[in-house]
Design a protein around this ligand. Structure first.
Ligand SMILES: CC(C)(COP(=O)(O)OP(=O)(O)OC[C@H]1O[C@@H](n2cnc3c(N)ncnc32)[C@H](O)[C@@H]1OP(=O)(O)O)[C@@H](O)C(=O)NCCC(=O)NCCS
Length: 201
């Protein structure tokens, strides 16, 4: 199992993108909704240990696979769930309900050799437009603590603000402490949890 950062943030962003993506480096990336053949174009490490079957199940469950191609290669991608709920695969059994008009984006990836060139930002902008066309006003996603500021900085380049809704801390005993950072009802935990402020530090 992938190691989970001790702290992560569940955040939301509006799906309306005021500015075009594409700063230096994203070049002529083509972003589109992918299908099963695109899963096989992912690098082997993302498909090993049952990965292919897990991704195929996502398509069968109605998730959208958004892929970015550069010179005919699949170089960046992400997954979108157009409503319902989600659970963090690092935290099995802990699911969250999405409010009306809210989608969920997860498992973003860019080819390691091409990171830092704006590819994720170009895919992010397009996935937001896809959700907006589906009538959804918000995308929820989570950021591990060390990616939150970078994610904010990145999305600010296309005029998209990031609002943190929940802070999730994994305690040393594996239990969770949640802090509601907003009154917002876009995401509601479906499990019993302890509020962070109730835990002596
Ligand atoms: C996170 C990741 C998708 C970013 O892809 P990328 O194509 O390099 O991203 P871009 O070039 O568009 O942007 C880089 C910027 O995004 C920021 N960033 C970091 N995490 C981010 C995230 N989760 N979402 C959006 N932007 C992120 C970086 O800090 C950087 O900002 P800076 O240039 O101001 O320092 C890539 O590093 C990756 O695949 N990492 C491994 C998988 C992962 O951690 N996925 C995210 C969690 S689901």
């Amino acid at each position: 199992m992938m190691a989970f950062s001790r702290v992560a943030y569940v955040c939301k962003v509006p799906t309306h993108v005021p500015a075009r993506a594409g700063h230096d480096g994203s070049g002529s990336i083509l972003v589109r909704t992918g299908g099963e053949p695109d899963i096989d174009r992912l690098p082997a490490e993302l498909l090993s240990a049952g990965g292919r079957e897990r991704l195929q199940r996502r398509l069968a469950d109605g998730e959208l696979f958004v892929v970015g191609e550069l010179d005919g290669r699949l170089v960046s991608c992400t997954w979108l769930r157009p409503g319902g709920g989600f659970s963090l695969h690092h935290l099995p059994g802990k699911s969250f309900r999405l409010g009306d008009g809210v989608g969920y984006g997860h498992d973003a990836w860019t080819d390691p050799a091409l990171r830092g060139r704006g590819l994720r930002l170009a895919v992010f902008a397009e996935e937001l437009r896809i959700l907006e066309r589906l009538g959804l006003g918000w995308e929820v996603s989570y950021f591990v603590d060390h990616q939150l500021e970078g994610g904010r900085r990145n999305l600010a380049r296309i005029g998209v603000p990031v609002t943190a809704l929940w802070k999730i801390r994994v305690r040393p005993d594996g239990s969770l402490a949640l802090t509601a950072l907003s009154e917002d009802s876009s995401v509601t935990p479906r499990f019993e949890y302890t509020r962070e402020e109730e835990v002596p530090s």
